[in-house]
Ligand binder design. Structure first.
Ligand SMILES: [Zn+2]
Length: 186
């Protein structure tokens, strides 16, 4: 019975290494992994997504995208998104994307220039950046909702332009890999 349980947990840990929960597991480290795996069984079953496809980003682009993801959280806070009955931003997904990118940078192979991330992390980052793009484009979110006009429209247009450009580095699964499409901007 105990052996069966251990086998089951080992299987779950293995599954998690190939799912979005990889981020949490990697962050905690392997020592805590087994307990976390047991606790997260249900969540994994609900959320498992294929992560076998990997995407490569230059280190500079990975940094840009992390900064952009943090901007989404900043904009959500400024615009009281989480206090709305139906928030536009899924904070957990944003957190997974940021953490996943950070861990990918940490685990870069020595001597390489590219950060590789799973397709799952790329999808979470894309979904999160699309929230900022769509909320700013429709005027629901602004860089300052104080009510006075002090140049927000221009700042918002620049944010929209920047996040739209960043999204070009995260093509959807149907499109070819990133680094062959877009050169790193100066
Ligand atoms: Zn203001």
């Amino acid at each position: 019975m105990v052996e069966q349980l251990h086998a089951r947990i080992a299987m779950i840990v293995d599954q998690m290494r190939r799912s979005p929960q990889t981020v949490t597991l990697s962050y905690i480290g392997d020592d805590g992994g087994t307990e976390v795996a047991a606790a997260m069984m249900v969540r994994i079953q609900e959320r498992e997504r294929p992560a076998s496809r990997r995407e490569a980003l230059s280190l500079r682009v990975a940094g840009r995208i992390q900064a952009a993801l943090a901007q989404v959280i900043l904009f959500a806070e400024i615009n009281s998104d989480q206090q709305k009955p139906q928030p536009a931003l899924d904070l957990a997904q944003a957190g997974e994307a940021i953490s996943g990118l950070g861990l990918a940078v940490m685990n870069m192979a020595p001597g390489t220039e590219y950060v590789t991330i799973g397709a799952d992390i790329a999808a979470l980052a894309r979904d999160t950046l699309q929230v900022l793009r769509d909320q700013v484009r429709t005027g629901v979110w602004t860089s300052c909702p104080c009510g006075e006009d002090h140049g927000q429209a221009e700042a918002d247009a620049q944010v929209l332009s920047a996040v739209s450009a960043d999204l070009l580095f995260l093509p959807s699964a149907a499109e070819p890999a990133v680094q062959t499409l877009i050169p790193v901007r100066p």
